[in-house]
Design a binder for this molecule. Sequence first.
Ligand SMILES: NC(=O)c1ccc[n+]([C@@H]2O[C@H](COP(=O)([O-])OP(=O)(O)OC[C@H]3O[C@@H](n4cnc5c(N)ncnc54)[C@H](OP(=O)(O)O)[C@@H]3O)[C@@H](O)[C@H]2O)c1
Length: 285
Amino acid sequence: MSKILVTGANGQLGQCIKELSVSLDPDNTYLFKSSKDLDITNYQQVLAAFTLENFDFCINCAAYTNVDKAESDTQNAVNVNSTGAQNLATACNQTNTTLLHISTDFVFDGTKNSPYIETDKTAALSVYGNTKNVGETEIIKKAPKSYIIRTSWLYSEYGHNFMKTMIRFGSEKDSLSVINDQTGTPTYAKDLAEVLIKIIQNKPIPYGIYHYSNEGTATWFDFAKAIFEITKSTIQLHPIATEAYPLPAKRPKYSVLNSSKIKTALQLEIPAWRDSLKKAINALP
Ligand SMILES: NC(=O)c1ccc[n+]([C@@H]2O[C@H](COP(=O)([O-])OP(=O)(O)OC[C@H]3O[C@@H](n4cnc5c(N)ncnc54)[C@H](OP(=O)(O)O)[C@@H]3O)[C@@H](O)[C@H]2O)c1
């Protein structure tokens, strides 16, 4: 039996793991710690938590995820995404705990025009992407027993995300303009949660970086259109260019992830993003 610490447990990924671990992994023990229970920026607190309990795995769902706010609130983004990741890596290494850390497609600059593989050069365009990139580097340096799983455009029935914002707009607004020149892959956080549980349950796969997103590609416009089709909203949707909707943080134009490595390692069937989107919408309260 394994003992697993989940940090940032009240975020959308943390809540998906909480829900799924009950049915998918009843033989292992999961401890869920929110930001209030365990602040990953505080090394003394982190080390105390790891030395008190004998964890086999730590899944780090804690992150500073407000991409635009990070441009001005940089120190807090650094503290959580870079220093926090480093703190967990050091504590995991000291206590022989395997770390599963989540990273992002935003570590790439988006200049490629085919799906990014794990060994592609990172070159983040934003503070958020940079702080996540530094977090990855620190983990690789400090925790040899670690998995870094990069994912993209996460959404679920929990927390705040694009899907839930669009559903609200779909019932409040008559028309909406959505960016149609950034391409990536919407990923259902529950599908990712299932994969993280599989990594823990499976015969160990090699440590290192893995990409995981749902199958297929979309622009934000495509994503919004699918949401309105499924929810049968009559909102008028208009495609626009990035320049027409200026935001503080620069985003990659193309950040599709190639998930072949994890697919092969775990012998996964990865759901298409539209199929998972239907499931997420059906799961809404
Ligand atoms: N959301 C996306 O589109 C997306 C895309 C690619 C990758 N990712 C990555 O996927 C992972 C999960 O993202 P998510 O969407 O589930 O994020 P989320 O819903 O924003 O949850 C993040 C959680 O981290 C917690 N947290 C913040 N600072 C903390 C600290 N100092 N100590 C402990 N916990 C802290 C937050 O707690 P409070 O609410 O109390 O602050 C929140 O519950 C993250 O690593 C993220 O970078 C996300």
